[in-house]
Design a binder for this molecule. Structure first.
Ligand code: MG
Length: 391
């Protein structure tokens, strides 16, 4: 394995800690810098264990605490969005891994691309909110964006089967587990609890993405992400509910041959491949035993009940505008409100649809326009939550 040095943003979250595990297994992968949102103890421990030179805490109010915790070391401590961007663009590393949660990941992704550093992207909100701008910038700078999201990694891997994927690609088949509430009616969704929504049947992930999986907002975001990463129109992406999460997604070529990537639902595989691509190495993921599964099932998604998916389809049809930033900003506020108990599960969908319907969209040509739409959506939803979200 050749040596790889990374900047790791979102080091203490679900993806970040799994990246650290890959670094523990393969000493050729080292960490130049690492950032966390609020988790001081974990970032301090990581800095000591991996000999990290630079760390950043996104929450500026925790800067002094982290500085004190690392006072006996020579580790440089930064904070805030500016610190995140400084880490993301640190060219002492070969790659920036962005596993920040939410639209907060946009500016660091932009910073990495502007500095010409390859990006391994787990922060899907970057592409949902600002995909056209970010992909254009990456093309202009000749910077590769390697997807970490399991579905997009599967599509990326399946496309490797063709030497001319752009000409020969006919369709993408984006699979979805369906989340914990597959088959439920809109009425039943009104009364589900936080605990039920956080109990994903197949994947172990952070709380924000787990709620997004339960509303199918996550699949909607992945539709937008796929359109950007693989330059396809939304009508060329078929979403298929596949409860077992064994087929991680597939592509159909012009001759109707379908190539898919399969495996146990374990993020270790796409995470490690994003780091070592194009080479593959042993992972800690369990091997796939198809006969243990016996049956794989497929169904159409219920976009009538899962309105977040409908909102995302609308945003995908309006790619290049601030539509993605609007539904993402609204969704982030709604998910946080659901997690802290101030709104119900059905209110998330209600709020996302309200934002999509009421907020005018415009061209999303730069991060200022994208972040302005993001702020507008957040303010709108905060006031709508106080008014009861039109109930
Ligand atoms: Mg995914």
């Amino acid at each position: 394995m050749k040596h790889l040095k990374i900047n790791l943003l979102g080091a203490t979250g679900s993806i970040g800690t799994q990246v650290l595990d890959v670094c523990r297994k393969y000493s050729e992968i080292t960490i130049n810098s690492a950032a966390a949102g609020r988790n001081i103890k974990t970032i301090e421990n990581a800095a000591r264990e991996f000999g990290i030179k630079k760390v950043c805490i996104a929450d500026e109010s925790l800067y002094n605490d982290l500085k004190t915790a690392l006072a006996d070391t020579s580790v440089q401590v930064l904070c805030g969005t500016q610190g995140l961007c400084e880490l993301a663009s640190d060219t002492a590393a070969d790659m920036t891994v962005n596993s920040v949660v939410g639209a907060a990941g946009l500016l660091p992704t932009e910073a990495a691309i502007k500095a010409g550093i390859r990006v391994a992207l787990a922060n899907k909100e970057t592409l949902v909110a600002g995909g056209s701008y970010i992909m254009g910038l990456a093309a202009q700078k000749g910077v590769d964006i390697i997807p970490i999201d399991s579905e997009h990694s599967a599509i990326f891997q399946s496309l490797l089967a063709s030497s001319r994927p752009k000409e020969e690609l006919k369709k993408i088949i984006l699979t979805a587990s369906g989340g914990p509430f597959f088959g439920k009616t809109a009425e039943e969704l009104e009364t589900v609890t936080r605990e039920q929504a956080l109990a994903h049947p197949n994947w172990s992930m952070g709380s924000k993405i787990t709620i997004d999986s339960a509303t199918l907002m996550n699949k909607g975001f992945e539709l937008i992400e796929a359109c950007h990463l693989f330059s396809v129109a939304p009508d060329k992406v078929e979403i298929v509910i596949h409860r077992q999460s064994v087929i991680h997604s597939a592509v159909e070529f012009c001759d109707n041959a379908v190539i898919a990537q399969l495996g146990t639902p374990d993020m270790t595989i796409p995470i490690q491949l994003a780091l070592t691509y194009p080479e593959r190495y042993e992972t800690t993921a369990a091997p796939l035993s198809l006969t243990d599964y016996g049956t794989l099932t497929f169904a159409r998604p219920d976009t009538q009940t899962f309105g977040c998916l409908r909102a995302a389809q609308w945003a995908a049809e309006n790619i290049g505008t601030t539509a993605g930033a609007v539904i993402n900003g609204a969704n982030e506020v709604l998910v946080a409100a659901f997690l802290d108990g101030s709104i119900g599960f059905g209110d998330i969908t209600r709020g996302v649809l309200l934002a999509a319907e009421r907020i005018a969209v415009e061209k999303a040509g730069c991060t200022d326009a994208i972040l302005a739409a993001d702020r507008q959506a957040r303010e709108y939803i905060r006031s709508e939550i106080k008014r009861g979200l039109g109930k």
